[in-house]
Design a protein around this ligand. Structure first.
Ligand code: FE2
Length: 138
């Protein structure tokens, strides 16, 4: 999976976190393709989970802080992603992970950045209540 400019939400710190997640997808693809050990794939998915949880918590905190009306709906989407990731990780334990199973998650994430994430960041910027230049990076 490659970063594309159309994924940008317009805030460098959030884009950097998204780029980190995309890099992990690329590493997972490589681990599957190289037919490395199932434990390598499992470990990469664990890194993705940790990174995603940190990142989702940050996004949801921003939404909460700014009274974003679609917070519950957005948080549900994050839960969906983590649930699918759980299922995929369990699959690695029976050694059946293929590129098509991981591509569901990467396609989902590309879509999420371009819809829900761009929407909430636009809301926060339009409300002009926050300095988005000093967010922590993952
Ligand atoms: Fe999000």
């Amino acid at each position: 999976m490659q970063w594309k400019d159309e994924y940008s939400v317009g805030v460098a710190e959030i884009d950097d976190q998204h780029k980190g997640i995309i890099n992990l997808f690329t590493e997972i693809d490589a681990a599957i393709e190289s037919r490395g050990s199932w434990a390598d794939v499992f470990f990469k998915l664990e890194q993705l989970r940790e990174h995603a949880r940190f990142h989702f918590a940050l996004e949801e905190s921003l939404m909460r802080m700014h009274g974003y009306s679609k917070l519950a709906e957005h948080a549900e989407q994050h839960k969906h992603f983590l649930g699918k990731l759980d299922q995929l990780q369990m699959t690695t334990l029976s050694r059946q992970v293929t590129m098509s199973t991981i591509s569901y998650l990467s396609t989902w994430y590309a879509e999420h950045m371009q819809t829900q994430d761009q929407d909430f960041v636009r809301y926060i910027i339009d409300n002009g209540k926050v300095n988005l230049t000093h967010l922590p990076t993952a």
